[in-house]
Design a binder for this molecule. Structure first.
Ligand code: ADP
Length: 468
């Protein structure tokens, strides 16, 4: 069942119950008030008749020293016909509760008669022959006799009023329910509009349209739900884009990897085939074997670098406080023997929170790249300074420099600006990718500044350690 129909049904059931119970109590209250009025009137009438009877008895000639049963009957008959317009129903009984006089149609039931006591007015509702009556009973003291006077007042109309009241109320309730169900239908349709909008937005998302934004038509909880839904759709869209980009990068990586693998392998297979199938002179044999060796070495370097990247990605980083002097002294010693290019080291004393070996690997990669890009006789400078609450490392060269559009790409795996130059230096375009992974582990990134023909500067920041 549709949600709007459920709202409609629930409202109608609530309304029907409320109107039904309310109406029942209302009609019944009116009925009770009318019945009480009738009962009061009946008992008042009964008192008046008692008084009338006693007065009539006093006017009986004094020759009768006692009120005869026949006289009582006569007085009763007179009282019965003395009502204005209508005949009164009454019954008179003697001291032994034996009936002396009863109007025609008076009930034969004597239950009330047995209950009448002195000074007490008794009454009951009786229901003979489809009619309702208020039956009253009172004691009458006339001369020396104690008699019982009972009356009957027809209240059928009060009961009929109640039945009519219920019928009218039922009809009215039905009419109200029909009218309100029409109004409620439009209300529930309007109330559930945000749900329909969200359903449509969900369908759009299922169909792949993540940029679809559901229209917000209210500021209540449903409006908030729509805002949250739109926010969720945006986050999902962003995540999907991220995943797509990651997938594309992975595909690019696999394509570049297979390409980088294929080139040396083709050469290795070609030269190996030549060596085994032909008799070559010593020089050609050496050249072929040397080619196989160099390409094999390149493959080895590439696989080691790849392994480094993979290991770094999965590495459980445990940074330690370390003195930067350790690093710079190592680099100074490492490049001390380099003849063609002068590598200088200049640094401020400081401490960093890092993994020493990984940081060493970054600086070695950057310095190697700087040397490869520099002409013989030029200088490569490695510097370090305390700044911004941490430590900045930088490697500067006066080499070839990099074009601005290349700067963004050189950190991608297998990307080489000058492939033949890189390959001649055993490069596979993986060094900077490894540096980026290591710096990521340290919560840092690589900043590149370069001017083609003038040189480049690669720098990065590492959080400071505790000063001892
Ligand atoms: P490779 O192992 O080939 O050196 P890298 O990832 O270290 O791979 O470097 C990617 C490319 O970036 C290199 O092929 C090189 O062309 C370029 N490059 C890196 N450092 C420098 C630099 N200091 N000056 C000019 N070009 C550079």
């Amino acid at each position: 069942m549709k949600f709007s129909y459920k709202i409609l049904l629930c409202s109608l059931i609530t309304m029907a119950a409320a109107f039904g119970i309310g109406g029942y109590f209302f009609v019944n209250d009116v009925f009770k008030a009318s019945l009480e009025r009738e009962i009061k009137q009946a008992t008042d009438d009964s008192s008046i008749m008692k008084f009338a009877f006693e007065t009539a008895a006093l006017n009986i000639p004094s020759k009768y020293d006692m009120l005869q049963n026949s006289v009582i009957g006569e007085i009763g008959a007179n009282l019965e016909n003395s009502g204005q317009g209508s005949r009164r129903l009454l019954r008179l009984s003697d001291e032994n509760r034996e009936v002396l006089y009863a109007s025609e149609g008076f009930v034969e039931d004597t239950a009330l008669l047995a209950d009448i006591e002195d000074q007490v007015r008794a009454y009951q509702i009786i229901h003979p022959d489809q009619h309702y009556y208020v039956q009253t009973g009172i004691m009458v003291n006339a001369l020396d006799r104690a008699l019982y006077l009972e009356t009957m007042k027809d209240v059928t109309e009060v009961y009929a009023e109640r039945t009519r009241g219920f019928a009218v109320y039922r009809g009215l309730m039905l009419l109200i329910l029909v009218c309100s169900s029409v109004v409620m239908y439009f209300f529930s349709y309007w109330l559930t509009k945000p749900i329909r909008i969200l359903t449509q937005a969900t369908k759009k998302m299922i169909a792949g349209d993540y940029s679809y934004q559901a229209e917000q038509i209210s500021n209540d909880e449903m409006g908030q739900l729509t805002t949250d839904f739109n926010h969720m759709a945006k986050v999902v869209e962003e995540n999907i884009h991220k995943l797509e980009e990651e997938l594309r990068a992975r595909e690019d990586f696999i394509a570049a990897f297979s390409h980088e693998l294929k080139t040396p392998l083709t050469a290795v297979i070609g030269y190996a085939d030549m060596l085994r199938s032909r008799k070559l002179d010593d020089e050609k044999q050496f050249l072929s074997a040397n080619y196989i060796y160099t390409e094999g070495k390149r493959l080895e370097t590439m696989s080691l670098r790849l392994l480094d990247i993979i290991v770094t990605k999965r590495y459980q980083h445990e940074p330690q406080d370390m003195d930067v002097a350790e690093l710079f002294c190592y680099l100074q010693d490492f490049y001390a023997e380099k003849k063609d290019i002068e590598v200088t080291v200049r640094y401020e004393p400081g401490r960093v929170r890092a993994e020493g070996n990984l940081l060493k690997s970054v600086l070695l990669n950057l310095t190697d790249n700087a040397c490869k890009a520099s002409d013989p006789g030029s200088t490569v400078e490695i510097t370090g300074e305390n700044r911004d609450g941490g430590y900045w490392f930088a490697v500067r060269d006066q080499g070839t420099g990099i074009m601005p559009e290349e700067c963004r790409k050189i950190t991608e795996a297998f990307y080489m600006v000058d492939k033949s130059r890189s390959r001649s230096h055993n490069g596979a375009g993986l060094g900077l990718a490894l540096c980026v992974e290591i710096l990521n582990l340290h919560g840092s990134s690589l900043e590149i500044e370069s001017t083609p023909g003038e040189g480049s500067c690669f720098r990065f920041f590492i959080a400071g350690g505790k000063h001892l």
